[in-house]
Design a protein around this ligand. Structure first.
Ligand SMILES: Cc1cc2nc3c(=O)[nH]c(=O)nc-3n(C[C@H](O)[C@H](O)[C@H](O)COP(=O)(O)OP(=O)(O)OC[C@H]3O[C@@H](n4cnc5c(N)ncnc54)[C@H](O)[C@@H]3O)c2cc1C
Length: 307
């Protein structure tokens, strides 16, 4: 199956942009903030919360990083004006992490401070393992300077994650827990599906035991069931945790969580950088290309949507 996934990825760059756009369109709201707002409004009507991400992870200049920072200001203004139930997610590389720690920190501080002024919240996405230390350091620095309306992401495939939870415990961090999407070497990351699941459950237990608000971000039904079990065992109220999913993925499962009374947040990316984002995501993890192919071309790939 891995070979098939890789084959799909290899032909993608040769496909006309329009085809890639059609394939990825259900996962991306569009190029404009108005597109994201339309999608968020529909989600809200269906009882779902949202987190808006301004695409821009491949920026290469200080101006672009400042541009992304300023775009978040528009996002907050629009969320407020249109009474949308959404927070935001940011990628530190989009705010200039690869161009300079200080630049990124200043940009992040502005985004989080502006969110605080309007009573909103910022989730710092987690990128590949070359950024983990700096991401956690920035998160700690912001929290220690009194900015509480910010959360971070931890990846269950990383071997270090349970230790990171221990190191962050004094902050009672607000954490989105996901499996992790980047391709990482075996020294750093569990490679086996069941190992990742086991580490996810261990990390979730630790976070809940420590009193953290957790965004349980997964489409894996087995993990969702474990998540429900753990929050019930802890006696967590509805507003003390949430489930999270990506736009366009497992929509029926998402709706069933809402019907059962859980809070569910959908990740809504938008921006001009949709093509680079889609290609990078697909090339980073060929498995995702397989999911998309299976979703797009029906059941041509048997057994794909099971696990
Ligand atoms: C809200 C949210 C935010 C995230 N933020 C980050 C982040 O900051 N950093 C990071 O590294 N990763 C992030 N991820 C991605 C995450 O790490 C996983 O790569 C992704 O969620 C797939 O893992 P899974 O837990 O859904 O389980 P899987 O076992 O991979 O997927 C379970 C099933 O869901 C379906 N599925 C999963 N993904 C897709 C897809 N893209 N398209 C179509 N079907 C799919 C398939 O049917 C699959 O069988 C995020 C995920 C979510 C839901």
């Amino acid at each position: 199956m891995a070979l098939l996934d890789r084959a799909i990825v290899n032909v993608l760059p040769a496909m006309p942009k329009g085809v890639v756009r059609r394939i990825s369109s259900r996962y991306i709201a569009g190029t404009q903030l108005a597109d994201a707002c339309r999608v968020v409004s529909q989600l809200n009507e269906a009882g779902k919360l949202a987190t808006i991400d301004v695409l821009g992870e491949e920026i290469t200049s200080v101006d672009e990083a400042m541009g992304i920072m300023r775009e978040y200001r528009h996002v907050f203004e629009t969320i407020e004006r249109e009474h949308l139930d959404s927070n935001v997610s940011v990628k530190l590389t989009a705010l200039g992490l690869k161009l300079g720690y200080g630049l990124c920190r200043r940009n992040l501080e502005k985004v989080v401070s502006h969110a605080r002024e309007v009573g909103n919240f910022v989730r710092i996405d987690m990128e590949d393992s070359s950024t983990t230390d700096e991401t956690l350091r920035l998160y700690r620095e912001l929290r220690e300077q009194g900015l509480d309306n910010v959360g971070v992401v931890l990846q269950a495939y990383l071997r270090r994650t349970v230790n990171d939870i221990d190191s962050l415990a004094d902050l009672t961090p607000n954490v989105r827990l996901c499996k992790g999407i980047y391709v990482e070497p075996p020294e750093l990351a569990f490679q086996e599906f069941e190992e990742v699941r086991a580490n996810y459950v261990a990390a979730l237990e630790n976070l809940l035991d420590g009193g953290s608000y957790v965004g349980i971000a997964t489409h894996d039904e087995w993990l969702i069931t474990e998540g429900k079990r753990l929050v019930a065992e802890q006696g967590r109220e509805r507003d003390e945790y949430e489930f999270q999913m990506l736009l366009g993925v497992r929509r029926r499962l998402a709706s069933s969580l809402v019907d059962e009374g859980h809070r569910l947040r959908i990740y809504v990316p938008y921006g001009e950088h949709w093509y680079a984002y889609s290609m990078r995501r697909l090339q980073e993890n060929p498995k995702i290309a397989g999911y998309i192919a299976a979703d797009t071309f029906g059941r041509l790939i048997p057994g794909r949507n099971g696990g």
